[in-house]
Design a protein around this ligand. Structure first.
Ligand SMILES: *Cc1c(COP(=O)(O)O)cnc(C)c1O
Length: 465
């Protein structure tokens, strides 16, 4: 009973917290106090709290204050990506180019001509903002942008195949991350899936046999995050689209990542670029804006005008359209693509994908040197640092087979385990994500800007300390 009586009053706690957190609304602080005192009461009841010291006003205020501190941090926060996965879906995929960041700021700061034609003073279309750029860059006749690539596939199938059948190779019935399954999206669109071939082999004759009066289109899906290795074959895209056209059907392609630039000089083979796919005669191509393209989350649809026009008139588009911030970032990113060298140097995703092994080695050395002071005194260091050759990954389901050579900075903590170090770095003021391998916590300089080397050193020092 006496312990309960030692609890400070709500008013006393509130008064102290209001001085500590002048910017936090009164009602929010009051809720924290109620919750904090409730916790303490159950602590007493369950025998976890046995001494009145824990119930003194300063102790209680400091305890509730930590909870306020934690709750006041934004939920969505900056994270340093040391994992070496360039298009890391869980870490927000692509980092925007400066130009795109600036465009987002301008669009956020004031009104804009999102759906307003400045030449006539009348209503305009948000669809017109990036269509011209997309056509110039990809060589397509028409283009449309929606919320993401899953939405693009849904809109494409709903518009062109609803109530009919769409033919797809069994080897391409893929699930990409986040439980996006092609068969499920198709079912939502009201198109029926007609699977042909075996998982590892599909021939033109398989497609031919599947055609009937309900067939609306042929669909090619890029096998995003997996590869069938060994005994397999598929019909080349060009041959398949010629075949579709000979039957009077459109050829559709979900390209997934959608490179606008050929990255094979950097060892990233295996994925055709969007302009190549358009040239091969495919009628409609969909791809993501935030994978290898390096822009904001968006689903981009390019292709023949007759099909894109039908999609523009589909009522579903209203539910799938993207907002002004996305369009601002996408337009600014696409403008950079008008000059290949500008795109490669100023779009962070492309810059990271094309960084040379030599540059990465030098940057790993610089990162290691920046981290040295975080290890504590020379005589009794808190961790050991070393460098190791390794591989980065593209991520986002792109180029799944291809690791890109890099140099990793390996941290072996001496006073705690690597697992504990990882936990502490994720709980840091600016969380640092990395890779665990045996007793090492590793950072890949490919996905870390030079400007944050010092920040990582500060986070590491407090994590080790
Ligand atoms: C990533 C991917 C998608 C989904 O794209 P989101 O932009 O994430 O919606 C669909 N299809 C393929 C082949 C993909 O690689």
């Amino acid at each position: 009973m006496s312990l309960y009586r030692a609890l400070p009053s709500v008013d006393a706690c509130l008064k102290a917290l209001e001085t500590l957190f002048p910017a936090v609304p009164h009602a929010v602080l009051a809720a924290h106090v109620r919750r904090g005192l409730d916790d303490l009461r159950s602590g007493i009841r369950e025998g976890r709290i046995t001494s009145a010291d824990e119930l003194a006003l300063p102790a209680v205020v400091s305890r509730i204050g930590s909870a306020v501190d934690e709750a006041e941090k934004p939920k969505l926060r900056r994270v340093i990506n040391g994992a070496g996965v360039v298009v890391h879906t869980n870490l927000g995929r692509s980092v925007l180019a400066r130009e795109a960041q600036e465009a987002v700021r301008v669009a956020a700061e004031g009104y804009c001509n999102l759906e307003f034609d400045l030449a006539t003073g009348e209503r305009g279309h948000r669809m017109d903002l990036v269509e011209g750029l997309l056509c110039d860059i990809t060589g397509a006749e028409a283009a449309l942008v929606v919320n993401n690539n899953a939405a693009a596939v849904l809109l494409m199938l709903d518009t062109l195949c609803k109530g009919g059948e769409v033919v797809i190779s069994r080897g391409q019935l893929v699930e990409v991350g986040g439980s996006f399954r092609i068969p499920d999206v198709m079912a939502r669109s009201g198109a029926t899936l007609r699977e042909v071939g075996a998982t590892n082999r599909t021939h033109l004759a398989d497609y031919e046999e599947a055609l009937n009066e309900s067939t609306r289109a042929l669909l090619w899906v890029h096998p995003s995050n997996y590869r069938i290795i060994g005994f397999h074959s598929s019909v080349p895209a060009r041959e398949l689209s010629d075949f579709a056209h000979s039957k009077g059907l459109p050829m559709l392609e979900d390209l997934g990542s959608g490179s606008l630039i050929d990255l094979s000089p950097w060892g990233l083979h295996d994925e055709p670029t969007v302009p190549e796919v358009v040239r091969s005669g495919v009628d409609v191509v969909t791809f993501s804006g935030d994978k290898v393209l390096g822009g904001p989350q968006a689903g981009i649809i390019v292709g023949k005008k007759e099909y894109i026009s039908r999609m523009k008139r589909n009522q579903l588009l209203r539910a799938l359209r993207c907002d002004k911030l996305t369009l601002a970032a996408l337009e600014a990113t696409l403008r950079l693509y008008r000059d290949r060298d500008v795109a490669l140097s100023s779009i962070p995703t492309l810059r990271r994908l094309t960084m040379s092994a030599g540059e990465l080695r030098l940057r790993a050395e610089a990162l290691r040197d920046a981290l040295l002071p975080a290890l504590g005194t020379e005589g009794s260091p808190l961790a050991a640092l070393s460098l190791k050759e390794g591989f980065s990954r593209v991520g986002g389901g792109s180029f799944p087979e291809q690791g890109m050579a890099t140099t990793l900075v390996c941290i072996r903590p001496l006073a705690c385990s690597a697992v504990e170090l990882r936990e502490r770095l994720l709980a840091a003021d600016i969380p640092v994500a990395g890779r665990l391998e045996d007793e090492y916590f590793m950072l890949d300089p490919r996905t870390i800007e030079d400007a944050v080397f010092e920040t990582i050193a500060a986070m590491l020092a407090s994590a080790l300390g």
